[in-house]
Design a protein around this ligand. Structure first.
Ligand code: SF4
Length: 347
């Protein structure tokens, strides 16, 4: 099946920052890996610092394991995985047994996939500092492109599996079709590529979306209605740029922090799980507004704790902290339900 990604992420490669191996979050190990690792350790093919592992094994039993998992990785007090070699910044399993012997979560990180019947959308989590750095790039504009083999070729992609699901909802009680949803998604990414404040971009996206969700089947094809709206002067790029002139004064940093924030938001727009977990397009837009609010809150916290004005390093940390909360700690279904309040009361 074809896999797609954001242009910003197409050349992502792990730079061995170690952030994912030292974060302290629980990592499940699939049952079939346990025997392989036991055997590799007994035969001396897998070597790691066994201190803190009473039975010499890097995993332990746990309650509430998801299907397919047999244990969780052991962590040191610092939050580092016992298989992580901090000096060499490498993983013992990766080094001794190869990438395919890693737990699925480790193989996937920082990928976040949406799997549909005919395509897989691969976005990346900014919790990884290497990904967070990609939000600052200026050599490529955000666009949806084919994912190269270097990003997706060496693993079975997992994520939100919507292969059996109906298309995303336009609004509560009314389905969109996948083609129009994707055209709308591409419009959102394109709007976030315009040189405007994140607020102006989101306001333009919300304005078109609020019109689109009023569509009724009696008006003809949804795709035609979307093209009409997109082609109208009210929602043209020129209008967004003019509108930006009205609210652009709110730029808060002496350097251009708008572009990285818009690119962060584009990564949230692409392959957004609220398309299937939510009750309409406005929920997806709301999730982008929530992501912007989360970045601003984390940026304010980072500035207060560092005692200096926002700079690239602090914004990068804000991206990481925001995605830790939004992508890794929040329950995606509960989050979509909460954001879905924008659609009105459940009927
Ligand atoms: S198993 Fe390897 S890749 Fe996974 S968290 Fe541990 S050290 Fe990192």
């Amino acid at each position: 099946m074809a896999a797609w990604c954001l242009s910003l992420h197409a050349d992502y490669a792990c730079r061995r920052s170690g952030a994912c191996c030292t974060s302290g979050w629980p990592i499940h190990v699939e049952t079939e890996r346990l025997g392989e690792w036991r055997e590799a350790r007994a035969s001396g093919r897998l070597a790691f610092d066994e201190s803190g592992c009473p039975d010499g094994l890097p995993f332990q039993a746990a309650h509430d394991l998801p299907p397919g998992a047999g244990a969780v990785l052991r962590m040191r007090e610092s939050g580092a995985c016992v298989l992580y070699d901090g000096c060499a910044r490498s993983c013992a399993v990766h080094r001794d047994l190869g990438h395919s012997s890693l737990p699925t979560a480790c193989q996937h990180f920082p990928r976040r996939c949406l799997i549909e019947p005919d395509r897989t959308s691969v976005s990346l989590s900014h919790c990884c500092p290497t990904v967070a750095r990609l939000a600052f790039r200026t050599d490529v504009a955000p666009a949806i492109v084919r994912a190269p083999a270097s990003l997706v070729g060496h693993m079975t992609l997992e994520g939100l599996d919507a292969r059996e699901a109906l298309p995303p909802l336009l609004r509560p009680g009314l389905l969109a079709d996948r083609e129009t949803y994707r055209a709308w998604e591409a419009f959102v990414v394109r709007t976030l590529a315009l040189d405007v404040t994140p607020d102006a971009a989101l306001a333009a996206i919300a304005a078109l979306t609020n019109e689109l969700v009023r569509w009724t089947p009696g008006e003809g094809e949804l795709s035609r209605r979307f093209e009409e709206l997109q082609g109208s002067e009210r929602f043209s790029a020129m209008t967004v740029l003019k509108f930006n002139g009205v609210i652009g004064e709110h730029r808060s940093a002496p350097w251009d922090c708008d572009r990285p924030i818009r690119q962060f938001l584009a990564a949230h727009a692409f392959g957004n799980w609220c398309a299937y977990n939510g009750r309409g397009l406005r929920t997806v837009v709301r999730s982008l507004e929530a992501a912007l609010q989360a970045v601003r809150a984390e940026a304010a916290r980072a500035c207060a704790s560092a005692g200096r004005a926002l700079d690239e390093d602090l914004l990068l940390e804000a991206f990481r902290a925001a995605d830790l909360r939004l992508v890794h700690l929040a329950d995606p279904v509960a989050l979509a339900e909460r954001l879905g309040a924008v659609e009105g009361p459940e009927r």
